[in-house]
Design a protein around this ligand. Structure first.
Ligand code: C2E
Ligand code: CA
Ligand code: CA
Length: 548
C-alpha cells in the first residue's frame, strides 16, 4: 500500500467516526421519542402506565410502529452516509494535496531554469555551461576522449548597440542564438556567456577534420546578413577553440585558453584560432586582470577621480562625478573601460560598487571637515541595481552616515530600468526617500519609454557624450541634443551635457538652456586633492568665460 492509500484510509476512518457519532445521537433521540410516545399514549388511554398498557398501545397504534423503525433507519443511514461522505472528502483533500505538490514542483523547476538560463536567448548561461563542461571533461578523461570548447564573440557588436540601441542589439543576439542553435548537435551545448559572447561545448571530437567542418558551418550560419527593421546587417564573429586534454584538463583553463584563442583571432582578423601557447602574447591584459581585480581592492590599488559638473544657473560647481581608476603595479593607471565589464562578468562588481559608494561618502564627509561642500554622483551598473543585494548596501551606507538630503546622486543607465521597470521603480523610490537623487546616464543611447521615465522618481538625465562631443560639426547630433534638453524640461527634469570639450560647445549648450555641463573643457577627472585645488584656483577663470 503506498502512502496515498494509507492517508486515504486514515482520513476515511477519522471522518467516519465523526459521522457515526452524529448518527448515534440520532439513534438516541429516536429511541427516546419511541419511549416517550409509547408512555404518553399509554397514560392517555389507560389513565396510568402499566406493562399491559404499553403492550396494548404498541400493538394497536400503527404510528408507533413507524416510530419504532426510526432507530434502525438512523443506524443504517448513519453508516451509509458516513462512509460515502468520508470517502469523498478524503479523496478531495488528497487531490488538492497532490495539486499543491505538483505546483511546488513546477515552481522549483522554473526557478532552477531561470538560474541556469539566459533570459534573452533562453540558452544555457555561463553557470550551466561550466557545469556541463566539467562533466564532459570528467567523462572524457576517464574514456580517453576529446572535448572541445569554442568561444564565439561578435565583431563590432558594440557599434550595433551604440548606433541602433540596445533593443536592436538584443534582437540581433536572439537571431545569432537561433542560427547557432540550428547547427549544434543534441549532445553539444550552446550557451550565452554574456554580452555578445557565446560558447559551444563539443562533447566529442572525432578528428580535426570534423572540427574544421563544424567551424565552416558556423561561418556559413553567420554569413547571411541579419535582418533588422528592414535593414540588412553584416556581422562577423571571431572564434577561439581549446581542447581537453591537449590544452588543459580543468574547466577554468579550457575556458581561459579558448578566450585567448578568440582574442588572437580577433586581433589578427583571421576569424578562427585554435589555442597554442604562442597565442598567449595575444592574451589581452583583461584576462590576467580578471584574476587580479579582487586583490586590487584589498591592496588599495583602486582609486576615485572626480570630474566637476558646472551648474549654469548659478555659475558654480555644485557636484562632481566619482569615476573609478585602477593604479596597477605593472600597467599603470587603468581606465574603467578596461576592468568594469570584467568586474561585471566575474560578479566582483558588487564589491567594487560598494567600495565606490563608501569611498564617495567618506570623501564628501572629509571635504565637509575642510569646509569644502561638494556633492557626488556615483555610477551603478545595471547588474548591480537589480540583481544583487546592492540596494540594501546603498541603503545601509546612506543610512549609517546620515548624509544630508541630496548629497549623493545615483547614475544609472536606461538598461537598468528596462530590464525590470517594476523592481527598478521600487528600488529607486527607496533610494530617493533616503535622500539620493537619481540620474539617467548616457541618455539617448538606450531604449526607454517616456511614459516609464515619467513614472520613475528620476530628477536628471545626462545626454550621452557621443552626441555632445560632435554637436558643432554634426547637425543630427545638435538636433538630438536640443530635443533631449526640451524633452527633459517638459518632463520636469534637469539636463546635464557631458563630453563638453570646448568653450564654443559650452556656449551653445547654454543657449539651448542646458542646466549642467561636464567635460574636459572644464576639467578632466582628477584625484581628490587636485580636484579641490582646481576648484579653488582654476574654476572661477573658466566660469567667467561663459556669458551671464
Ligand atoms: P560615464 O559614466 O559616461 O562617465 C563619463 C566618462 O566620460 C568618463 O570616462 C569621463 O572621463 C569621460 N569624459 C568626461 N568628459 C569628457 C569629455 O569632454 N571628452 C571625452 N572624450 N570624455 C569625457 P571614464 O572615467 O573613463 O569612465 C568611463 C565609464 O566607466 C563611465 O562612463 C562609467 O560608465 C564607467 N564607470 C566609471 N566609474 C565607475 C564606477 O565607479 N562604477 C561603475 N559601475 N562604472 C563606472
Ligand atoms: Ca556616469
Ligand atoms: Ca555618461
Amino acid at each position: 500500500m503506498n502512502t496515498t492509500q494509507i492517508n486515504l484510509k486514515n482520513n476515511i476512518r477519522i471522518l467516519k467516526s465523526t459521522v457515526n457519532r452524529q448518527a448515534l445521537y440520532g439513534l438516541a433521540i429516536s429511541l427516546a421519542s419511541v419511549i416517550i410516545a409509547t408512555l404518553v399514549n399509554c397514560y392517555m388511554r389507560e389513565g396510568s402506565i402499566t406493562i399491559d398498557g404499553i403492550y396494548t398501545v404498541q400493538k394497536s397504534l400503527p404510528v408507533l410502529w413507524l416510530l419504532d423503525a426510526l432507530p434502525f433507519v438512523f443506524l443504517f443511514w448513519g453508516q451509509y452516509v458516513g462512509s460515502v461522505l468520508a470517502y469523498e472528502a478524503s479523496a478531495l483533500i488528497i487531490d488538492q494535496t497532490d495539486e499543491l505538490r505538483s505546483q511546488t514542483a513546477t515552481l522549483e523547476k522554473k526557478v532552477m531554469y531561470e538560474a541556469t538560463h539566459d533570459s534573452l536567448t533562453e540558452l544555457p548561461n555561463r553557470i550551466l555551461l561550466h557545469d556541463r563542461l566539467e562533466q564532459a571533461i570528467n567523462i572524457s578523461l576517464r574514456h580517453n576522449g576529446t572535448v572541445g570548447l569554442i568561444i564565439l564573440d561578435l565583431d563590432r557588436f558594440k557599434e550595433v548597440n551604440d548606433t541602433l540601441g540596445h533593443f536592436a542589439g538584443d534582437k540581433v543576439l536572439k537571431q545569432v542564438a537561433l542560427r547557432l542553435r540550428g547547427i549544434v548537435r543534441k549532445s553539444d551545448t550552446l550557451a550565452r556567456m554574456g554580452g555578445d559572447e557565446f560558447a559551444i561545448l563539443l562533447t566529442e571530437i572525432e578528428n580535426t577534420n570534423a572540427l574544421d567542418i563544424f567551424i565552416q558551418r558556423i561561418n556559413q550560419a553567420m554569413q547571411l546578413p541579419f535582418k533588422l527593421a528592414g535593414m540588412s546587417l553584416d556581422l562577423q564573429a571571431s572564434l577561439g577553440i581549446a581542447i581537453c586534454p591537449d590544452h588543459g584538463k580543468d574547466v577554468d583553463t579550457i575556458i581561459q585558453r579558448a578566450e585567448v584563442a578568440m582574442y588572437a583571432a580577433k586581433q589578427q582578423k583571421i576569424g578562427f584560432a585554435l589555442y597554442s601557447p604562442e597565442l598567449d602574447r595575444f592574451s589581452p591584459r583583461r584576462l590576467t586582470l580578471m584574476g587580479e581585480l579582487r586583490q586590487a581592492l584589498q591592496r588599495d590599488e583602486i582609486l576615485l577621480y572626480f570630474q566637476p559638473q558646472i551648474d549654469l544657473a548659478t555659475g558654480t560647481i555644485l557636484q562632481a562625478e566619482s569615476l573609478i581608476r585602477w593604479q596597477h603595479p605593472i600597467h599603470g593607471l587603468l581606465a574603467p573601460d578596461e576592468f568594469i565589464d570584467l568586474a561585471e562578468r566575474t560578479g566582483l562588481i558588487k564589491e567594487v560598487t560598494s567600495w565606490v559608494l563608501n569611498e564617495s561618502i567618506n570623501q564628501i564627509l572629509q571635504w565637509q571637515k575642510e569646509d569644502f561642500h561638494m556633492t557626488l554622483a556615483v555610477n551603478i551598473s545595471p547588474s548591480c541595481l537589480l540583481n544583487t543585494d546592492l540596494p540594501e548596501i546603498i541603503i545601509g551606507s546612506l543610512g549609517s552616515h546620515n548624509l544630508g538630503k541630496s548629497m549623493l546622486t545615483i547614475e544609472i543607465t536606461e538598461t537598468s530600468i528596462i530590464q525590470d521597470p517594476h523592481l527598478a521603480y521600487e528600488i529607486l523610490s527607496r533610494l530617493k526617500n533616503l535622500g539620493a537623487d537619481i540620474s539617467i546616464d548616457d541618455f539617448g543611447t538606450g531604449y526607454s519609454s517616456l511614459a516609464m521615465l515619467r513614472r520613475l522618481p528620476v530628477s536628471e538625465i545626462k545626454i550621452d557624450k557621443s552626441f555632445v562631443m560632435d554637436m558643432l560639426d554634426n547637425e543630427d547630433d545638435e538636433i538630438i541634443v536640443k530635443s533631449i534638453i526640451e524633452l527633459g524640461h517638459n518632463l520636469g527634469l534637469s539636463v546635464v551635457a557631458e563630453g563638453v570639450e570646448s568653450l564654443k560647445t559650452a556656449k551653445r549648450l547654454q543657449q539651448m538652456h542646458c542646466d549642467t555641463l561636464q567635460g574636459f573643457y572644464f576639467s578632466k577627472p582628477l584625484p581628490a586633492d587636485q580636484f579641490k585645488q582646481w576648484h579653488d584656483h582654476s574654476a572661477a577663470t573658466l566660469l567667467s568665460q561663459l556669458p551671464e
